[in-house]
Design a protein around this ligand. Structure first.
Ligand SMILES: [Zn+2]
Length: 234
């Protein structure tokens, strides 16, 4: 069956926001994808291997609690927050709203990460680097001088063909939204259903009921957050 003609069941709210894992299948220890994404992903891996690329998952599903821990650590200054050029930012110099938007450039709002759905993944090419290589998931690694440029070009072609259902939601074209992430792939037949389900109201209720740093500033700016960082413009 073509991956584009799957009959996909919409996620419930717990699944949609990363608080349930019963829509997932474990590919290998610690790496989970939506049940309907496993087969298309394995076909993509197979196609890549024919081009000499060892496509690997850096990260598939990510739980709400994990995204919340990342968010809170950044808001508390325990993890670095960087601008679009990779320069470190000092959150203490900013208003609460500015802090929210600075974190959103590279980190999804908990509950709104596409990684909650299991339809999205960060990938790399393990054959292009040594076993000791420490993966960064940085733009430089996927640029012409980087080790994963061949992999990135392969993905460009696969996406352009429209045959697999995969695309890159963070192309960088939305310059005041999420930064370009050439390593982030999304399986459209599943993700497009999730996108439609994840409304501002769903997020508002979730954030109101979550112990999260910058909660007031998130709620104040939720409509702008939604239109800039959650709705795709590509
Ligand atoms: Zn990602």
């Amino acid at each position: 069956m073509s991956p584009l003609s799957l009959n996909i069941v919409p996620l419930n709210l717990e699944q949609l926001t990363g608080r349930s894992q019963n829509h997932l299948r474990e590919l290998f220890p610690g790496h989970w994808l939506h049940g309907d994404v496993v087969e298309p992903y394995l076909q993509l891996v197979d196609r890549a291997s024919k081009e000499g690329i060892s496509l690997r998952l850096a990260s598939g599903f990510r739980a709400f609690e994990r995204q919340l821990a990342i968010w809170n650590a950044k808001a508390r200054g325990e993890r670095p927050v960087v601008d679009g050029e990779g320069q470190s930012l000092v959150l203490g110099d900013m208003s609460k709203s500015e802090q929210v938007f600075a974190i959103l450039r590279w980190s999804a709002l908990p509950g709104a990460s596409r990684h909650h759905w299991g339809s999205d993944m960060d990938i790399w090419d393990s054959g292009a680097v040594s076993d000791a290589y420490r993966l960064q998931l940085s733009p430089e690694e996927y640029a012409p001088s980087g080790p994963f440029y061949h992999c990135s070009r392969f993905l460009d072609e696969v996406i352009a063909s429209g045959e697999t259902g995969f695309f890159r939601p963070y192309s960088g074209k939305n310059t005041d939204g999420v930064a370009a992430e050439p390593w982030h792939l999304s399986f459209r037949p599943v993700a497009s259903i999730c996108e439609a389900e994840l409304t501002p109201q769903v997020l508002r209720e979730l954030i109101e009921n979550t112990d999260i740093c910058l909660q007031g500033a998130i709620l104040e700016n939720l409509d702008e957050i939604y239109s800039r960082f959650i709705v795709l413009k590509c």
